[in-house]
Design a binder for this molecule. Structure first.
Ligand SMILES: Nc1ncnc2c1ncn2[C@@H]1O[C@H](COP(=O)(O)OP(=O)(O)OP(=O)(O)O)[C@@H](O)[C@H]1O
Ligand SMILES: [Mg+2]
Length: 308
């Protein structure tokens, strides 16, 4: 028996005895937590003390990222970066980077509505003019968006900036913050090699290992809190076409798929928009001219289902 086989048996036994209990404990901690606390003093303090053993200050258990453990680069913990907040907002804030201009009818309608509300607020002593105006402006902003772009993001990135890591953590957060997505499928499309698909799932599993949770499942699939996360090589998308409930699609390094795979991926993704309204992230470092990313970049902002 090889050392790896012995290790697998020990892990299997541990998982059988403690895995479910550890998962339950971890899910309890993760429930209701935000992904990251963007302006928390504790976070800033923890960041400053990183790499300084004279200030041992473990990050608080305030958010999913602190509970699971911060991402690491060269063995050192790293926070969630500012530019990643932009991706977060693009996914979860319908208004962010998604502004359309009004039609002349809308302009007239909104102008009238604003005048009426301000008039009403001035007469009614229970209404605050400033608050009424701000609420109206907020509602107006929400209305003047392209709703078909909500939950979709297209990321043209440079290499090694932490895009894959960030997005798999977002998937795990969505799967564990509550039970709403339980029973749904999250799909990760990778390049054509099966090792890439296995690698992504491996990275998701690795997030749980420090918590004493070792998954015993097919190499390209992992189930977290009832959410099935499966990775598909870009040349094997048939199985992905017939899923019933898809809540998230991450297409990673999309610009490196072959021409026909790129079209295929786009078809499959666009079909799910109408079917199950998933979060969609199309990510890649740019590859050759004439590829999927250049094609998307040239599409008018008003009609492309993604935004940039
Ligand atoms: N804030 C962070 N968010 C995500 N990953 C981070 C962060 N800080 C450090 N890392 C680390 O950066 C490394 C590179 O991350 P990742 O592979 O996700 O980047 P990428 O942009 O997808 O790279 P590639 O171009 O190779 O696909 C990983 O080891 C990850 O743990
Ligand atoms: Mg990557």
């Amino acid at each position: 028996m090889t050392a790896k086989e012995v290790q697998d048996i020990v892990i299997d036994k541990y998982q059988q005895e403690h895995g479910a209990e550890n998962m339950e404990k971890l899910l309890k901690k993760l429930r209701g937590r935000p992904f990251w606390v963007w302006s928390n003093r504790e976070h800033r303090y923890a960041m400053k003390s990183l790499g300084r053993p004279d200030i041992p200050h473990a990050p608080k258990q305030c958010c999913s990222t602190c509970i699971l453990g911060w991402p690491k680069k060269n063995g050192e913990s790293r926070p969630i970066y500012k530019f990643q907040r932009q991706i977060y907002k693009a996914l979860f804030d319908d208004v962010y980077l998604n502004k359309r201009s009004w039609t002349s009818e809308e302009f007239e309608e909104l102008r009238r509505e604003q005048i009426e509300l301000e008039e009403q607020a001035r007469k009614d002593k229970h209404m605050n003019v400033e608050v009424t105006k701000n609420n109206f402006l907020k509602r107006r902003q929400e209305r003047l968006t392209y709703s078909f772009k909500n939950k979709h993001v297209w990321i043209k990135k440079s290499t090694g900036i932490g895009a894959t890591e960030f997005l798999i953590r977002i998937m795990v957060w969505l799967a564990t913050r509550d039970n709403q997505l339980s029973g749904t499928n999250m799909c990760v499309v990778t390049g054509a090699r099966i090792e890439l698909a296995i690698g992504i799932i491996q990275r998701i599993r690795k997030l749980f290992e420090p918590h004493g949770i070792f998954f015993d499942s097919k190499q390209t699939t992992v189930n977290i809190n009832g959410v099935n996360i499966t990775a598909y090589p870009s040349d094997h998308l048939d199985a992905m076409r017939s899923l019933t409930d898809v809540s998230f699609i991450l297409s990673d390094e999309s610009d490196f798929y072959s021409k026909s795979e790129q079209q295929n991926v786009r078809d499959v993704i666009e079909r799910y928009i109408g079917k199950t309204d998933p979060y969609i992230c199309l990510v890649s470092t740019p590859n050759a001219p004439g590829g999927l990313f250049e094609q998307i970049e040239k599409e008018p902002f008003e009609t492309c289902f993604l935004f940039w």
